[in-house]
Design a protein around this ligand. Structure first.
Ligand code: SF4
Length: 253
C-alpha cells in the first residue's frame, strides 16, 4: 500500500492560498515562523481549553484561579516587554469576558479540542482537532471554532467548519450547526449545516490531495496580504518578482 497523505485544515488552507507555500512548508519541511497574531491565537486557545475543561466537570474557577490558569498557559509573544504585556492584558480581558457567558452554557460541551484522524480513501486521511463540539439534542451537535481576531460573516459553505462537519459524521454525530465564536467580542455567530457543502468540502479535499500527490505546486497569484505574512517570502522567486515590478512601477510614477 502507498503512503497515506494526511490532510488537515491548515494544510488545505496552505495549499489553497498558495501551493508554493505548501511546498516549502510540507514538502521541503522548511521552518515556519508564526506571526504574533498566530502565537496569540495559540495562547488563547490553550487558555480557553483549560478553562472550559474545568467548567465541563462542574468546577467554576474564581478570578484568581482564572488568572493562574492563564499564566500557566501563556508563552511569550514579543521580545518587546511592553508589547508582550499588551497582548497579555488583552488575553486576560478576553478570558474574563468568556467566563461571563460560558459558565452558564458549559453543560452543553461534548468535546474540547477533539482530535481526529480518519481515512477518507485508502490513501488519504483527514486529521486535526475541533475547538469545541456542543450537544444540541440527542445526537445533533453544534461545531464551534474559536476566533481571536476581528469578527466576520460566516457563510454556509465555510470550508473549515464543513470539514469538521464531515468529521462529526465519521464520529457518528449529526452536525446541525456551524459556529464561529469571536472571543474578543464574546460573540457567537451560527449557520445551519447544509449537506451539499459537506460533500463539496470532501470533493475539495480529494481534489487538492490529488494535486499534491501529482506534485502540482505552481504558486497562485501573489496576494500582498498573504505574501506579507509568509515565512518564505525571502526565498520565493514570485515574491521577489512582485516586489521588483512594484518598485519599477512606483519609480515610473
Ligand atoms: S511569498 Fe507569496 S507567492 Fe511566495 S510562497 Fe509565500 S505566499 Fe506563495
Amino acid at each position: 500500500m502507498g503512503k497515506i497523505l494526511k490532510i488537515s485544515y491548515t494544510k488545505l488552507s496552505f495549499y489553497l492560498t498558495c501551493p508554493r507555500r505548501y511546498y516549502y512548508r510540507y514538502e521541503e519541511k522548511r521552518p515556519f515562523y508564526p506571526t504574533k497574531k498566530i502565537k496569540y491565537g495559540s495562547n488563547i486557545h490553550r487558555v480557553l481549553k483549560d478553562y472550559s475543561e474545568l467548567l465541563k466537570v462542574g468546577e467554576i474557577p474564581n478570578k484568581q484561579a482564572r488568572q493562574s490558569l492563564f499564566n500557566n498557559q501563556w508563552t511569550k509573544i514579543s521580545k518587546n516587554k511592553e508589547e508582550d504585556q499588551q497582548f497579555k492584558d488583552q488575553g486576560l480581558e478576553q478570558l474574563e469576558k468568556f467566563a461571563e457567558i460560558n459558565e452558564k452554557s458549559a453543560q452543553n460541551i461534548l468535546f474540547l479540542e477533539k482530535s481526529f484522524n480518519f481515512p477518507i480513501t485508502h490513501d488519504i486521511s483527514i486529521n486535526g482537532y475541533i475547538d469545541r463540539i456542543d450537544k444540541i439534542e440527542d445526537n445533533c451537535v453544534d461545531i464551534i471554532d474559536y476566533k481571536t481576531g476581528n469578527t466576520r460573516q460566516l457563510f454556509e459553505d465555510d470550508i473549515q467548519l464543513n470539514l469538521y462537519a464531515l468529521v462529526c459524521r465519521y464520529l457518528g454525530l449529526e452536525p446541525k450547526k456551524l459556529s464561529l465564536y469571536f472571543v474578543q467580542f464574546n460573540k457567537k455567530t451560527s449557520v445551519d449545516v447544509q449537506d451539499k457543502y459537506i460533500d463539496e468540502v470532501k470533493n475539495l479535499i480529494l481534489n487538492t490531495a490529488g494535486k499534491i500527490k501529482n506534485k502540482e505546486f505552481k504558486p497562485g497569484q501573489v496576494i500582498e496580504k498573504i505574501c506579507d505574512e509568509c515565512s518564505y517570502k525571502r526565498i520565493c522567486p514570485d515574491y521577489k518578482d512582485f516586489i521588483f515590478n512594484l518598485y519599477k512601477y512606483n519609480n515610473k510614477k
